[in-house]
Design a protein around this ligand. Sequence first.
Ligand code: HEC
Ligand code: HEC
Length: 284
Amino acid sequence: MKKLPLYKKLPVFGVVAFLFLGFAITITVAAPLMDKELYQPSPQAKPLDALASKGREIYAREGCWYCHTQTVRTIANDKKWGPRASQPGDFAYSNPALLGSERTGPDLTYVGDRWPDENWQIKHLQDPRALNPDSVMPSFAHLPQADLQALAHYLVSLKDNTAPDLQKRADQSTEADIPDVYKKAVNPFAGDTAAIAAGDAIFHKSCWSCHGATAEGNGPAASALKPPPANLRKSALTRSEQFLFWIVSEGSKSTAMPAWKKAGLTEEQRWQVVSYIKSLGGQQ
Ligand code: HEC
Ligand code: HEC
């Protein structure tokens, strides 16, 4: 009898194919389903409130995930998107997880640390180019105000829940409120003109949209913000370098002022921008 290749022996082929499929489903679907540990919420996971859940639905409906991911990978290139790589337990309360696969825009896992203010978020959703002239993000100004509010509330909830909270309201704080770790910090660049120039560049990239090109608190986002951005020419005269470094690093609680430690400025860059602010003192 002529020897047939395996794929021509239908019954044998069927059994082999079935076993293979069963094996594949067992290791990729059934085994993870039974691994309870994968479903334990991590310290990062926080249940969403009703408004944030609604925002999440709108995020899925509007296809924000075509352009945005919500997962920080373990590779070095992803370090800029957050303090730590995402773990299965981070998604315990977000089902299905909106991981996304393309990054036309930034990863949003920790976007609430970068832009903590809902009014800023709404303004950005309505007119991305008003706050970021090079943006290719479409405007969502056609959405009803209630949808924009829910989206903004959801976006602000996406933040690091594991770091110690060293935040206070800047406006209501004095030198005595500076946390110990910042009280002892020393500006490595004091008086250095190259550092001031570097701080000037950082300011006009990351701070001007709120604080304004002249640092007096009147950037294009300012009218949407409550409390308004501070007049940093005044702060240059009234605040110590340690106070400025603390607020620039940790942000100001319940205001639009981001924690730049988490929003993408290195310690060196934060000191440079503090040096720049200090250099504005006396130039009123
Ligand atoms: C066509 C691609 C695209 C779509 C769709 C899109 N975005 Fe964006 N998004 C971008 C790009 C590019 C940027 C970076 C420029 C900017 O800040 O506007 C961005 C920036 C952002 C930022 C600021 C992120 C940061 O870290 O600075 C947020 C928040 C945001 N998008 C939310 C959304 C939401 C919510 C939706 C859906 C309603 C959405 N985006 C839909 C492309 C997109
Ligand atoms: C999204 C808007 C926004 C951006 C961007 C922003 N800030 Fe602010 N900033 C604010 C707001 C609002 C306040 C007022 C907070 C308060 O009243 O407690 C503030 C307060 C401050 C203060 C405290 C001033 C004081 O004397 O109390 C400093 C310092 C500061 N910002 C520096 C910066 C620097 C440096 C950058 C850029 C790296 C920056 N800010 C970017 C909104 C912003």
